[in-house]
Write a protein that binds this ligand. Structure first.
Ligand SMILES: Cc1ncc(COP(=O)(O)O)c(C=O)c1O
Length: 421
């Protein structure tokens, strides 16, 4: 070891690393940015147990209530019995089961695309799309690619773009202001926009901090007009938006017109884990060869696959859960406003209840839990300063009495903390 390196090691080194980590954690606790996890007893559902107490769950993405639905549990059990627990290697080495291919076909058909590819999570799928697609010169020289990305896109999109740009150094990024189509149009019309080989517009279908969706009809037109791909992350939308749960494209009247959709099986579609990309056959087949998180990581466990197949079957059979979710959401949105709270208006099951300062959101979340209501507070830097909120997430698993209990607790705590007059 050189003298210089030895000096650096003496200055820091492994022991000091651990002590620095401890200090950073203490700082996070002091700043109230430390993330605490609440132990839940029993199964995820509309009402859960916390410290032995019945608690209305308003903080999970279990939009359709499938995490604990008898049909999903039965399908998972059957998957375990008939197909085993795991595959014990990656697909190109040990193969995949028929159920994996069946699930991919169902996903593509449901979302109006030609083909789909499973990943271990949507995080991995998003990373795979950017690094996989933009990792090849396709026989071209002196090319550059460009990504147009909403500034509020999910962390997995941000990380996927980062990784792709570090790896290829040939991809530019223009991050437009949240849902600001005027700025996006401006970027697309810039004189140098023509020089790019491939362009991709990237947006979340639904933005999880706001509970609002991207106007995909306008995005479809823009992408077509400018000959760029449109990529939409539908993690919070499939099973939630659209008359039949086909997500933001259905809500906006452009079902079947999105180039690439990514999504998760870890929210409305059973809530376990798993992600996917769906789009044109050539693109999906290409990603089977090039996606590193697909090539070098195990595929989904069979019980998760059979349960997800069942979730898609349920959505194809009828829209009763989608309708119940929408009715529950409409009811909660109307009643919380009637109680005097300010919310971000919309139609999605994510209902941000605005409370202003971080300290109020923190206290309110804690007081609500004491009242048997589990709802998460969000504050800066996750959302802009002064826009702290309690993010409520409604589920088809909620009954009217659960929502009424939650509303009564909001009123009581809101008055106690001075959010309501
Ligand atoms: C918009 C969005 N994309 C991707 C993900 C990641 O999904 P997964 O849990 O399947 O990795 C999330 C999860 O929070 C999300 O909200």
């Amino acid at each position: 070891m050189s003298k210089e390196n030895a000096a650096i090691k003496n200055k820091f080194g492994v022991e000091k690393l651990y002590s620095a980590l401890g200090q950073e954690l203490d700082k996070a606790r002091e700043n109230k940015t430390y993330k605490y996890e609440v132990p839940i007893e029993g199964k995820q559902s509309g009402v859960v147990k916390v410290d032995g107490k019945e608690t209305v769950m308003l903080a999970s993405n279990n939009y359709l209530g499938l995490a604990n639905h008898p049909r999903i549990l039965e399908a998972a059990r059957k998957g375990l019995d008939e197909h085993g627990f795991g595959m014990a290697s990656v697909r190109f080495i040990c193969g995949a089961q028929k159920i994996h291919f069946e699930l991919e076909e169902r996903i593509a058909a449901f979302l109006g695309c030609e083909a789909a590819i499973l990943h271990s999570s949507c995080f991995a799928a998003n990373e795979a799309f950017f690094t996989g697609l933009m990792s090849n010169d396709y026989g071209q020289r002196d090319y550059r690619d460009i990504i147009y990305s909403d500034q509020l896109n999910h962390a997995s999109i941000i990380d996927g773009i980062r990784l792709c740009r570090i790896a290829t150094k040939t991809t530019d990024l223009k991050a437009y202001k949240h849902n600001d189509l005027a700025q996006l149009k401006h970027f697309l019309a810039e004189p140098d926009a023509e020089q790019y080989r491939i362009g991709v517009i990237v947006t979340d279908g639904v933005f999880s901090m706001e509970g609002e969706f991207a106007p995909l009809n306008e995005f479809v037109d823009l992408a077509k007009k400018n000959d760029v791909l449109l990529f939409v992350d539908e993690s919070h939308s499939t099973g939630v938006l659209g008359k039949t749960g086909r997500g933001t494209p259905e809500e906006c009247g452009v079902h079947g017109k999105i180039d690439v959709i990514s999504g998760t099986l870890g929210k409305a579609l059973g809530g376990a884990a798993g992600g996917f990309l769906t789009g044109k056959k050539e693109l999906i087949e290409y990603l089977r060869q090039k996606s590193r998180p697909y090539t070098f990581s195990n595929t989904l466990p069979p019980p998760v696959v059979t349960a997800a197949i069942e979730a898609f079957k349920m959505l194809e059979e009828d829209s009763s859960l989608v309708v119940k979710l929408r009715e529950n959401t409409d009811y909660f949105r109307k009643e919380i406003v009637r109680a005097g709270f300010t919310i971000l208006e919309g139609i999605h099951a994510i209902v941000p209840v605005m409370v202003g300062e971080a300290a109020i959101a923190q206290d309110m979340s804690a007081e609500l839990l004491k009242e048997g209501v589990y709802a998460r507070g969000l504050w800066y830097p996750v959302v802009p300063q002064g826009e702290a909120r309690i993010r409520v997430q409604i589920s088809a698993a909620h009954e009217r009495k659960d929502l009424d209990r939650a509303l009564a607790a909001f009123e009581k705590v809101g008055k106690k903390l001075g959010v309501l007059k």
